[in-house]
Write a protein that binds this ligand. Structure first.
Ligand code: C2O
Ligand code: CU
Length: 497
């Protein structure tokens, strides 16, 4: 019960103009009273237009939307069991919300406009308050017109540290961003265009790590790094090849998994997905090793180089244990689970697909810069200019209003299997709010690791089964995290009651 305790204090607050003046700062606050067991972390987030420097000078800064003046926003880092109190001030000229992606928060703190809260109007404030129940790598972003708000830079990392983390030399977060820039270097204004909505979403032409087009990342031989990858792109899928460095996956979507090498040595991340890796730096001093993104065939590019310094840290990789402590997730009981079928359809189909993907993706180039593109080219795309693009069990949702009748009602504290079939020609990263689920099978084959995820990448024509205990009461979003697919109707609500 207490895990989803809903704060009575939420609406109180912000009372003082002194507090209002303190925006832009992150203020860790020591415990307020000895009666409160967990530390309360007070954080201020101001959402506003700002500037971002994606490339070093002499390139200029671009206009972006920022949390506390930066894109991505500040890394929020707390310890498992802490309580977060985040005061959001909206300095945009439009409504926003903040969704704590993957964190099992109480319903009223989930940041979904209309469904869980009134959107935060221009100039307004809202306080989010919740416990960090699970340790892991999470992130935050708006849920209001997110295809534009996130596409302009509104997202940030939320790291919840284990009480006893695994031993590493360095704990590093990489927020992977994907920007669509015009020839003049500004953010392309073609948000939510029909071509993106009906195809693979707003795949950009400029990939960033922590808001910068990366060049090199300095490492030392023998060093062990915990690399927390967060795919914050609207639509881009990554398949990272860390050339012979045998990354070991220790967590997916924040949740611990049996440490293992990913298939083919590649770390595949759809939008919103995260992976925690242990990477042992086994290269020679002075050498360089490229990390290549190989997801889109024919469009491979070098994401960044690991640049080895001249002095090794140690002679060879340490043999420290890698397994993370488990999180308090309820185990689904598959024998007694109820079963629900979900079918995704819609989008452009058939032979135009391959040709068209090449058109909208641009060509690979060093540093993640790709040639400029015009997503509206190809007059045939104009034909499908209105109406919903994507359907879940035949229903397309209205993104603007988030006005949805529950598609499923799941009995609280019971186990549920959701069998999802993707009959479209496209990949969809499917996200459920308020819960983590086990991915139990793909195309009828049991998964090797029964991984816990909050977002599962479903390939074209694939069938994926997930299972979980519906222990968090409320109406929860279930949607594709290609933000243009979401805008095109690919979302639904599951009621847990
Ligand atoms: Cu990352 Cu419904 O969102
Ligand atoms: Cu999708």
């Amino acid at each position: 019960m207490s895990r989803f305790y809903s704060p009575a204090l939420t609406r109180r607050a912000f009372l003082t103009s002194a507090a209002a003046g303190a925006v832009g700062a992150m203020l860790p606050v020591s415990r307020q009273s000895p009666a409160i067991a967990a530390a309360v972390r007070e954080i201020q987030l101001r959402v506003a237009p700002g500037r971002a420097r994606l490339l070093p000078e002499p390139s200029s800064e671009i206009s972006a939307w920022c949390y506390n003046g930066t894109a991505p926003g500040p890394e929020i880092r707390v310890r498992q069991g802490d309580r977060l109190r985040v005061e959001v001030e909206n300095g945009l000229a439009e409504e926003t919300t903040v969704h704590w992606h993957g964190v099992r928060v109480p319903h009223t703190m989930d940041g979904v406009p209309h469904l869980t809260q009134k959107p935060i109007g221009a100039g307004e404030r809202f306080v989010y308050e919740f416990d960090a129940v699970d340790a892991g790598t999470f992130w935050y972003h708006p849920h209001q017109r997110s295809f534009e708000q996130a596409g302009r830079g509104l997202y940030g990392p939320l790291i919840i540290e284990e009480r006893e983390p695994v031993r590493v030399d360095r704990d590093v977060t990489w927020v992977l961003g994907d920007w669509r820039l015009t020839k003049s270097g500004a953010v392309s204004e073609d948000f939510g265009n029909m071509h993106d909505i009906h195809h693979n979403g707003r795949v950009g032409n400029t990939v960033t790590i922590n808001g910068r087009v990366p060049d090199t990342f300095a490492v030392r031989k023998g060093e062990r790094i915990r690399l927390r990858l967060i795919n914050a792109a609207n639509a881009r899928i990554f398949s990272l090849d860390v050339a012979g460095h045998g990354p070991v996956v220790i967590a997916l979507d924040g949740q611990p998994v049996t440490p293992h090498m990913p298939d083919g040595g590649r770390v595949v991340l759809g939008p919103a997905m995260r992976a925690d890796l242990i990477v042992d730096m086994t290269g020679e001093p002075g050498s360089r090793v490229s990390i290549i993104d190989r997801f889109y065939e024919g469009l491979e590019y070098r994401l960044v180089d690991l640049a080895y310094g001249d002095t090794p840290l140690r002679g060879r990789a340490p043999d420290w244990p890698m397994a993370l402590p488990t999180n308090p997730l309820p185990e689904p009981d598959l024998k007694n689970a109820s079963r629900n079928e979900i079918v995704f359809n819609g989008g452009m189909m058939g032979e135009i697909v391959a040709q068209d993907m090449g058109e909208s993706m641009g060509q690979g180039a060093p540093g993640g810069m790709m040639r400029d593109m015009n997503p509206m080219m190809g007059g045939m795309m104009r034909m499908m200019n209105s109406g919903p693009a994507w359907f879940i069990n035949g229903v397309a949702a209205d993104e603007a209003s988030h006005d949805m009748k529950p598609m499923l009602t799941l009995r609280r504290n019971k186990s549920h299997v959701i069998a999802m079939t993707n009959v479209t020609a496209w990949h969809h990263p499917i996200h459920l709010h308020g819960h983590s689920f086990r991915v139990i099978s793909r195309n009828g084959q049991p998964t090797r690791h029964r991984e816990w995820q909050d977002t599962v990448l479903v390939s074209p024509r694939e069938k994926v089964e997930i299972a979980f205990v519906a222990d968090n009461p409320g109406d929860w979003m279930f949607h594709c995290h290609v933000l243009e697919h979401q805008a095109g109707g690919m979302m639904a609500v599951f009621r847990v009651a």
